[in-house]
Design a protein around this ligand. Structure first.
Ligand code: NAD
Length: 500
């Protein structure tokens, strides 16, 4: 098999699949086979079959990408913000023009239903490029005057070459969420998508070529964390790293870069609580807490896997919650009727199953689910699990403290606000919390006391891209989104001028 540029049409794409699909790195404006000469298998989660190969790139590929970025840097940082914005908008328009094809590829690669990729993942990637195009044009810096006889203004300059590393759960959505602000701020980028779901990032290279993004401005290098991600973050010319993934990898990146004092933005794991008070809007709280738990097979860092319910409401809530969960349809991601697709890998399915076993060991009562699903036909060997709900588990047991990242929820009663808060704050994580109450004072009080970077009151995953996004404790370091991302991807330099 030869390493390839992406196909320009669906027919070509189908022919390529028949003969085997070998992806390539995108370096200096062109597709290139990895210098490492090594490849990794890419699976279709819905069938469990290998359908492509992705470069298993190493240090030499990273070196080539960094060299290309360094050559492009001067020109790109000198490009007017409006011209950078125009390029990002062109990328967004081209991507939008291929929305259906990208959605199908994203679904095939990750196991999520096609309709989810079409409604959420790819539109959001388009929005990321458009949003940061606008940020490129509107980004401002501060000036201070009057003190010490000076006028001060702050330059916010591009950092240089930066690394962007993303996970498999929302492949193009999170990939674009990082590279768009990095480019908008005038940096050149070496991006490493997850080796588990590389296809949409590979396809994006074709769009970058059509948009005429100058060579070297965005380089996409595929490979594993150890062989490709590690040399990227350690490279002395990479001045900043924006990472989304597990807390363990975030810690490894922080340790590996500490002695070089790189700028780091780390978006890591979560163990989020959905807190339901008895005075909530019952129907909305119910519908949204089911969505918050099982969207994307429970594989979103923001999913609320710990559902804490005020004791007086619990019997009614539990019955309705379990009924809704039982009604979720697990099946072929291509089927518009599937609510839940396949988990991303056999290894991840096994990990989630190990937590189901642990929930039994820890004394949990299984309310629904708990097993595998083998849909008929082409998906019989796919990695499907039933949406699963337990109760009777202690708030401090491992199942309620460790990130599972799959379709598994627990229901836990609380007696009052203080206990709800203590439970919500009891884990090492602190990414997001969804709070359901009609008591406005309580909502403010609770939101301020939560150890969480993001609080949603009477909603879940309502995202305004201008707001700071990120976690506290073991969930994150720094914030993404809006001005925060533009600040992260620029270096501030204050200039003081004596005026009297
Ligand atoms: P992961 O940490 O295994 O991998 C993430 C990325 O890091 C991949 O591209 C991987 O190849 C790379 N990587 C691995 N080891 C590396 C190393 N030593 N140096 C450099 N790069 C390395 O995470 P995952 O399994 O792909 O994703 C799931 C995790 O991501 C979950 O913990 C989830 O909560 C988290 N996540 C967090 C957010 C957020 O915004 N906080 C969003 C999505 C996912």
């Amino acid at each position: 098999m030869l390493a390839r540029a992406p196909p320009q049409s669906r027919q070509t794409s189908d022919r390529m699949r028949e003969s085997g699909l070998r992806l390539a790195n995108f370096i200096d404006g062109d597709y290139r086979a990895p210098l490492s000469g090594a490849w990794l298998a890419v699976h279709e989660p819905a069938t469990g079959q290998v359908y492509a190969e992705v470069p298993d790139s190493g240090s030499a590929d990273i070196e080539a990408a960094v060299a290309a970025a360094q050559r492009a840097q001067r020109g790109w940082s000198a490009t007017a913000p409006s011209a950078r914005a125009a390029l990002l908008r062109r990328i967004a328009d081209l991507l939008e023009g291929q929305l259906d094809a990208f959605a199908e590829e994203e679904s095939r690669d990750s196991g999520k239903p096609v309709h989810v990729a079409r409604a959420v993942d790819i539109p959001r990637a388009v929005a990321n490029f458009r949003f940061f195009a606008a940020m490129a044009e509107s980004f401002t810096s501060e000036s201070h005057h009057g003190e010490a006889g000076t006028l001060n203004y702050t330059l916010r300059q591009p950092i240089g070459s930066v690394g962007c590393i993303s996970p498999w759960n929302l492949p193009l959505y999170l990939f674009s969420w990082k590279i768009a602000p990095a480019l908008a701020a005038g940096n050149c980028v070496i991006a490493k998508p997850s080796e588990v779901t590389p296809v949409s990032a590979w396809l994006l290279g074709g769009i970058l070529q059509q948009a005429c993004l100058p060579p070297g401005v965005l380089n996409i290098v595929h490979g594993s964390g150890a062989r490709c991600g590690a040399p990227l973050v350690a490279h002395p010319k990479i001045k900043a790293v924006s990472f989304t993934g597990s807390t363990a990898t975030g810690a490894a990146i922080a340790a590996a870069t500490a002695s070089q004092f790189k700028k780091l933005s780390l978006e890591m794991g979560g163990k989020n609580a959905t807190v339901v008070f008895a005075d909530c809007d019952f129907e909305r709280a119910l519908a949204e807490s089911v969505r918050a738990t099982f969207s994307n097979q429970g594989q979103i860092c923001l999913c609320g896997s710990r559902v804490l319910v005020e004791r007086s409401l619990l019997p009614r809530f539990r019955e309705a919650f379990v009924e809704r969960v039982r009604a979720l349809r697990v099946g072929d991601p291509r089927d518009p009727g599937s609510d839940i697709g396949a988990l991303v890998s056999a290894a991840h399915r096994d990990k989630v199953e190990s937590y189901i076993a642990l929930a039994h060991e820890e004394g949990g009562r299984l309310l629904t689910g708990g097993g595998r699903v083998a849909p008929e036909g082409r998906c019989a060997q796919g990695w499907f699990l039933q949406p699963t709900v337990f109760d009777h588990l202690d708030a401090h047991c491992r199942v309620n403290q460790e990130e599972i990242f799959g379709p598994v929820a627990t229901l836990t009663p609380f007696d009052d606000e203080a206990q709800a808060l203590a439970y919500a704050n009891s884990t090492n994580y602190g990414l997001a919390c969804s709070l359901w109450t009609r008591d406005l004072e309580r909502a403010h009080r609770f939101a301020a006391a939560l150890e969480s970077g993001i609080v949603w009151v009477n909603c879940w995953m309502a995202r305004d891209l201008r707001t700071p996004f990120g976690g506290v404790k073991h969930s994150g370091l720094g914030r993404e989104g809006g001005q925060e991302a533009m600040r992260f991807f620029t270096e501030a330099r204050n200039v003081a001028i004596r005026v009297n």
